[in-house]
Design a binder for this molecule. Structure first.
Ligand code: HEM
Ligand SMILES: *[C@@H]1O[C@H](CO)[C@@H](O)[C@H](O)[C@H]1NC(C)=O
Ligand SMILES: *[C@@H]1O[C@H](CO)[C@@H](O)[C@H](O)[C@H]1NC(C)=O
Ligand SMILES: CC(=O)N[C@H]1CO[C@H](CO)[C@@H](O)[C@@H]1O
Length: 329
């Protein structure tokens, strides 16, 4: 009996080991300068286009949550395929982030052709850009393969929406193996970047059918009035947007959590974290202690970075990040 349990344990351990074959030194022989090549390319991109970093972080989150971190989000639609990046929710995934990855990949193809996957490039680029904004450094293990498919249909069910309640958000993350603490830490990513007015319009106009200027009472009134004014033409111009963190919009810090304590969250899903005791306790902890936030964020990002990764024959190393290798026009 004991022997059988022992065998079972070995089998379980082996299958876990076989699933995540990522290593820090995966390209040590085949592309030893991979990390500095990616860093140089994305640092230059960020210096010339400052929205790159936040955009890339969001792109990476979407890539990972929709079928694993496999660069499926980078594939372009064609006559034959409506790819992930054309989902409605992807409307705003910015071109500068795609461009950052393409630049890094182009330099890698010159230094070590057909070796480094686009999924690894995106994981490294995200880490490097985060640190440029003041975020914590962390190690990224490598060896991801790029997906062999990308589908617009797979996006809707996999991404959390700003109108989800906290129990719905918790379930969404839990279904993918992320605990409440990890979810709240990851959501701290909204300390950078911006959101388009349509994503929070229902909080600032005609809230609960209370009249054109009625707004969500959990939002600070001065913020609500400022947003009502800033977004007044968003129906005509859907590109109008607001900073996720109005206090320090382009610094990766714990200001997002301090904002939530004062009703300064932008999305309904942000401010809702204060309304549930399970998440509010974590918001307060991170607002009071940036070290605690950074420590938890690093662990959660490393876990996100390895979510659903493909190795070996489950994928390929794409030569161009936007096209499958076997795709011919
Ligand atoms: C809790 C669930 C989440 C919801 C409902 C959510 C929703 C959104 C929405 C609606 C936007 C605005 C998009 C736009 O208008 O362009 C946004 C932006 C953003 N999200 Fe999230 N998000 C969530 C979690 C996350 C996580 C876990 C990360 C990363 C680890 C992340 C990173 C970002 C970033 C960096 C931006 C700014 C993008 C930019 O400036 O281009 N989000 N999010
Ligand atoms: C959120 O809004 C979308 C439309 O954008 C709607 O289809 C969905 O049912 C809403 N979800 C919740 C939880 O209210
Ligand atoms: C902040 O969090 C860190 C990491 O969890 C912990 O070691 C430290 O004691 C905390 N600081 C305070 C003032 O609570
Ligand atoms: C449904 C929808 O709005 N899709 C848009 C997604 O984003 C691309 C641009 O990357 C648009 O061309 C699509 O119309």
């Amino acid at each position: 009996m004991k022997f059988h349990i022992f065998i079972l344990l070995i089998a379980v351990l082996l299958s876990i080991g076989a699933e995540a074959r990522l290593y820090s030194n995966y390209y040590a022989r085949s592309c030893p300068n991979v990390e500095s090549i990616v860093r140089d390319a994305v640092v230059n991109k960020q210096l010339s286009a400052q929205t790159t970093a936040a955009g890339t972080l969001r792109l990476f989150f979407h890539d990972c949550f929709v079928g694993g971190c496999d660069a499926s989000v980078l594939v372009s639609s064609s006559r034959f395929l409506r790819a992930e990046r054309d989902a409605d929710i992807n409307l705003s995934l910015p071109g500068d982030s795609f461009d950052a990855v393409v630049r890094a990949k182009t330099n890698l193809e010159l230094a070590c052709p057909a070796t480094v996957s686009c999924a690894d490039v995106l994981a490294l680029a995200t880490r490097d850009l985060l640190t440029m904004l003041g975020g914590p450094f962390y190690r990224v293990r490598l060896g991801r393969r790029d997906s062999l498919s990308s589908s617009v249909a797979s996006v809707a069910d996999n991404l959390p929406l700003p109108n989800m309640s906290v129990p719905q958000l918790i379930k969404h993350f839990q279904d993918k193996g992320f605990r409440v603490r990890e979810m709240v830490a990851l959501t701290g990513a909204h300390t950078v970047g911006f959101s388009h007015c349509k994503e929070f319009a229902s909080r600032i106009y005609n809230y609960n059918n209370g009249g054109p200027t009625s707004f969500d009472p959990s939002m600070n009134p001065r913020l609500a009035q400022g947003l009502q004014s800033a977004c007044r033409n968003h129906d005509k111009d859907p590109t109008i947007s607001a900073f996720n963190d109005i206090m320090t919009p382009s610094k990766f810090d714990n200001m997002y959590f301090k904002n939530l304590e004062r009703g300064l969250g932008l999305l309904a899903s942000d401010q809702a974290l204060m309304a549930d005791p399970r998440t509010a306790a974590l918001v307060r902890e991170y607002a009071a202690n940036e070290t605690a936030f950074f420590n938890d964020f690093v662990l959660a990002m490393q876990k996100l970075s390895e979510y659903g990764v493909k190795t070996g024959r489950e994928g390929e190393v794409r030569r161009r990040c936007d096209v499958f290798n076997n795709f011919s026009l």
